[in-house]
Design a protein around this ligand. Structure first.
Ligand SMILES: Cc1ncc(COP(=O)(O)O)c(C=O)c1O
Length: 415
């Protein structure tokens, strides 16, 4: 069987997520996934298991503590493997916002007064504010603006902004409003040709396919695990050769123990262990759809990513098409998904109704969505959209169904 012939078994997928059976949530179409996703049973089981007998201080010699520590290590190791990083190249922290603040503090070391830092106006504020704040240390902040006619961040524009003084570039892999997938590999290559450290924000990308960080070539990459079917934690990847030399942000005695040097406080233990459940869910997805058991973890992830992308493309394109054709609606970003050029994160506004009115109407019809600026307020400012009312955002992931999206279109027809 070729990959193209294999379709995601949506019934199997949904059977793994207890939210689809729970009386509170089961009748809802859940389209606020870019805010935070549901979790599969494996994650809940791992959390419960940890909390039952091993919720003690880890890494002591008695069995409950030993197992707790081993499982914490296992979760980190599995996630490092899943994104093609080394164990000492990833850290799990409380959120992407926290991780990037700590990282920006550590990266000050590379800046002299007058050096330049490039940020975009398409990013979530988590990947803008920490870098803009470096102006307090004398850095000049340069903004890479997206093109208003197509809503894209264009590399030709970035080329014009880079100078011999540019030291840091922070850019999103996928905007949580526009949805386009930026060519991070190409942007990374350009950054490195100019000796620039590049930080990629993968928060809106990773729920649609775990990244291979070495292939992307970025120096740092971050995503929020609570949007990739896990608990409220976030992962930060950093290249070993840079991490090793970063000034310690943690307790003094940990000064040589990267990556803990940029993980003050460390992660929540029970949530860290529950990440094993995400890996198990992916393993189960793989086994359910594919026969070849000899593949390595990255090859398996690649196949699952394709399966997920194909499904997302099928369910998201009719919505994009519908919104795009309606003259009273303004679709943000590309009007079609093809070849993974866009995530199924679909933002729009209306000429006739406020985003709040539309969102409330959808909620009345048991469609869980939201109107907001989603902390991408510079992006909305650039688009000329009121930040208080924001956009209506329909954000799908692979567990959404065709039936749900058909219902959405029917409900949208009513106003
Ligand atoms: C694209 C993007 N980047 C960063 C963040 C911040 O993530 P966290 O909530 O983990 O700080 C978000 C959160 O919604 C996001 O959508």
């Amino acid at each position: 069987m070729t990959l193209e012939n294999i379709k995601l078994d949506i019934d199997y997928v949904r059977s793994q997520f207890p939210a689809f059976k729970d009386p509170l949530s089961k009748d809802w179409s859940f389209f606020e996934n870019a805010g935070g996703s549901y979790v599969p049973k494996n994650v809940i089981d791992r959390l419960t298991e940890f909390m039952t007998a091993t919720k003690v201080q880890p890494y002591a010699e008695y069995p409950m503590s030993k197992i707790a520590g081993n499982n914490m290590d296992k979760a980190t190791e599995l996630f490092a493997k899943m994104i093609n990083a080394k164990n000492n190249e990833i850290l799990i922290g409380g959120s992407t916002s926290i991780n990037l603040y700590v990282l920006s503090n550590a990266l000050k070391k590379y800046l002299s007064p007058g050096d330049e830092v490039i940020v975009t106006n398409q990013d979530h504020e988590a990947n803008i504010s920490p870098w803009r704040r470096l102006s307090e240390n004398g850095a000049k902040i340069v903004e890479w603006k997206f093109n208003l006619s197509n809503h894209e961040l264009e590399i030709s524009e970035l080329e014009k902004l880079i100078t011999s003084k540019t030291k840091i570039l922070a850019v999103t892999h996928c905007s949580n409003i526009v949805g386009s997938i930026n060519n991070l590999k190409k942007i990374s290559d350009l950054a490195h040709k100019n000796n620039i450290i590049i930080i990629g924000d993968g928060v809106s990308y990773a729920p649609h396919g775990f990244p291979n960080v070495k292939e992307l070539g970025v120096d740092f990459y971050t995503f929020s695990l609570y949007k990739t079917y896990g608990p409220h934690l976030a992962l930060l990847y950093g290249k070993e050769e840079i991490l090793r030399d970063l000034p310690n942000q943690n307790h003094e005695f940990l000064k040589n123990q990267y990556p803990y040097t940029i993980n003050p406080g460390g992660p929540n233990h029970e949530e860290l262990v529950s990440l094993i459940g995400i890996y198990e869910y992916y393993e189960n997805l793989y086994k359910h759809h594919f026969d070849d058991t000899n593949l390595g973890i990255l090859q398996k992830i690649d196949k699952i990513n394709n399966l997920i992308s194909n499904h997302e493309e099928i369910i998201a394109n009719p919505i994009l098409d519908y919104i795009n054709k309606r003259e009273d609606l303004r679709l943000i970003g590309k009007s079609t998904i093809e070849n993974k050029n866009r995530a199924p994160t679909i933002s729009f506004t209306s000429k006739k109704k406020s985003s709040k009115e539309i969102s409330n109407f959808l909620i009345k019809n048991k469609i869980a969505t939201r109107n907001d600026n989603f902390y991408a307020w510079r992006c909305l400012n650039h688009l000329g959209i009121d930040n208080d009312d924001g956009v209506v955002r329909i954000s799908l992931v692979h567990y959404n169904t065709k039936k749900e999206t058909e219902k959405l279109i029917k409900v949208l027809e009513q106003f």
